[in-house]
Design a protein around this ligand. Structure first.
Ligand code: NAD
Ligand code: TYD
Length: 349
C-alpha cells in the first residue's frame, strides 16, 4: 500500500462521498474510515464499497484519546482527512456542548495524537481539516468570502468550527504539523441527512407535509454538489500547499425561497403533479435565532491554482439529487424512523 489514510466522519454525508472517491480512485491506498455513527452516520451510505480490499471501517469517537492513539499505532497513517463533526446549525442552538466536544475537543485530540506520532518525521504527512464557509460569518448584500476574510462566526456550530480551524493552524505554527484547511459552501446531493434544507423539503413533499421556511426566506447561500466537493478535497489533499487555506464554492448563490421554488417545480415534474402543487406546501415559520443572512464564496484560488471547477450546473445537480431520493426511499425511511421523529417535533412542533 502506497499510503494509509485516516478519513474521519466517513459514514456521514460528505465523508461517504470522499471515502468512495478515494477507495475507488486509489486502489493502492489503504483507507481507514473512523466514525462514531451518530444519528448522522450511516454505513448504508458505503454499501457499494464496504467489501473493497483497500477499505476498513473503525467505529469510534474522535474525543477518545486512547482509541485514537491505538488507531495510529495500528495503522501508521500518512495522512488524516478530518470531516467528523456535528454539522447542523439548528442542533447547535439546542445543544452547543455536543458541538464543542466533537468539533473542538475531538479535533484537538486528533491533532495531538497526529503530532505526537508524526513528530519524528513530518515529511510526507498531512493533516487536512475540512471546514465551512460559515466561520467567516454573515455577508451584506455584496462581497464574497476570501481566504483572508477575518473569522466572525455567529452560531454555536460555526464558532466550534472556527475554533477547530484556529487549533489546526496553531498546531502548524507551534509544532510544525503539516496541515491544510478548506472552507466550503453549502453542499447538496445524495445521502444528506433530512435535517438540512434540501433533503428535508424533498422528503416533506414526498409525504405531503409543510415546507417550513425560516423568516422571510430571503437568506442567501452558495450551493455545491457534494461530488464536486469530494473532487476538490482529493485535489487539495494531493496538490494543495502546506499551511494554506482553500475556499471551495459553487459560484451559485440562491435565496432560500428562490431555490425552494425551483426544487418544488422539479418535484412536481418528477412526481407528475400539476404545476404549483408542491409550492402550496410552503409555510413561513419563526426564524432561526441569529440566522446568518448571506454566505458567498470566492473560489478563484482553487480554480486558478488547482484548476478545480464545479462540474455540474445547479439545475442538473438538483435533478440528480431529487432523483436519488426518489430512487432510495428505503434509505430515507430508515433514517427518518426512531429519533428523527422526536427531533422533528422538537424543531418544528
Ligand atoms: P454529517 O453530519 O453528515 O456527518 C458527520 C459524520 O461525523 C457522521 O458520520 C457522524 O457519525 C460522524 N461523527 C460525529 N461526531 C463524531 C465523533 N465524535 N467521532 C467520530 N465521528 C463522529 O456532516 P457533513 O455534512 O458530511 O459534513 C462533514 C464535514 O464537512 C463537517 O466537518 C462539516 O463541518 C463540513 N462541511 C459541511 C458542509 C455541508 O454543507 N454539509 C459544508 C462545508 C463544510
Ligand atoms: P441548512 O441546510 O440548515 O444549512 P446552513 O444553515 O448551514 O446554511 O439551511 C440552509 C438555509 O435554509 C438556511 O438559511 C436556513 C434555511 N432553512 C429553512 O428555511 N428551513 C428549514 O427547515 C431548514 C432546515 C433550513
Amino acid at each position: 500500500m502506497k499510503k494509509t489514510l485516516l478519513i474521519t466522519g466517513g459514514a456521514g454525508f460528505i465523508g461517504s462521498h470522499v471515502v468512495r472517491l478515494f477507495v475507488q480512485k486509489y486502489p493502492e491506498y489503504k483507507i481507514v474510515n473512523l466514525d462514531k455513527l451518530t444519528y448522522a452516520g450511516n454505513l448504508e451510505n458505503l454499501s457499494d464499497v464496504e467489501d473493497s480490499d483497500n477499505y476498513i471501517f473503525e467505529k469510534g469517537d474522535i474525543v477518545d484519546k486512547e482509541f485514537i492513539q491505538s488507531l495510529f499505532k495500528k495503522y501508521d497513517f500518512n495522512g488524516v482527512i478530518h470531516l467528523a463533526a456535528e454539522s447542523h446549525v439548528d442542533r447547535s442552538i439546542t445543544n452547543p456542548m455536543e458541538f464543542i466536544m466533537t468539533n473542538v475537543v475531538g479535533t484537538v485530540n486528533l491533532l495531538n495524537v497526529a503530532k505526537n506520532n508524526w513528530s519524528d518525521d513530518f515529511a510526507d504527512k498531512l493533516f487536512y481539516h475540512v471546514s465551512t464557509d460559515e466561520v467567516y460569518g454573515s455577508l451584506p448584500e455584496t462581497g464574497l468570502f476570501l481566504e483572508t476574510t477575518p473569522y466572525d462566526p455567529q452560531s454555536p456550530y460555526s464558532s466550534s468550527k472556527a475554533s477547530s480551524d484556529h487549533f489546526v493552524r496553531a498546531y502548524g505554527n507551534t509544532y510544525g504539523l503539516p496541515f491544510i484547511i478548506s472552507n466550503c459552501s453549502n453542499n447538496y446531493g445524495p445521502n444528506q441527512f433530512p435535517e438540512k434544507l434540501l433533503p428535508l423539503f424533498i422528503n416533506n413533499i414526498r409525504n405531503n407535509k409543510e415546507l417550513p421556511v425560516y423568516g422571510d426566506g430571503l437568506f442567501t447561500r452558495d450551493w455545491l454538489y457534494v461530488e464536486d466537493h469530494a473532487r476538490a478535497i482529493d485535489l487539495i489533499y494531493h496538490k494543495g500547499k502546506n499551511a494554506e487555506t482553500y475556499n471551495i464554492g459553487g459560484f451559485n448563490e440562491w435565496t432560500n425561497i428562490d431555490l425552494i421554488k425551483v426544487m418544488c417545480a422539479q418535484m412536481d415534474e418528477i412526481l407528475r403533479n400539476d404545476k404549483g402543487t408542491s409550492e402550496q406546501l410552503i409555510t413561513y415559520v419563526k426564524d432561526r435565532p441569529g440566522h446568518d443572512k448571506r454566505y458567498a464564496i470566492d473560489a478563484s484560488k482553487i480554480k486558478n491554482e488547482l484548476s478545480w471547477e464545479p462540474s455540474l450546473q445547479f439545475e442538473e445537480g438538483l435533478q440528480k439529487t431529487i432523483q436519488w431520493y426518489m430512487n432510495n426511499q428505503q434509505w430515507i425511511d430508515n433514517v427518518t424512523s426512531g429519533d428523527y421523529q422526536k427531533y422533528y417535533m422538537e424543531q418544528y412542533g
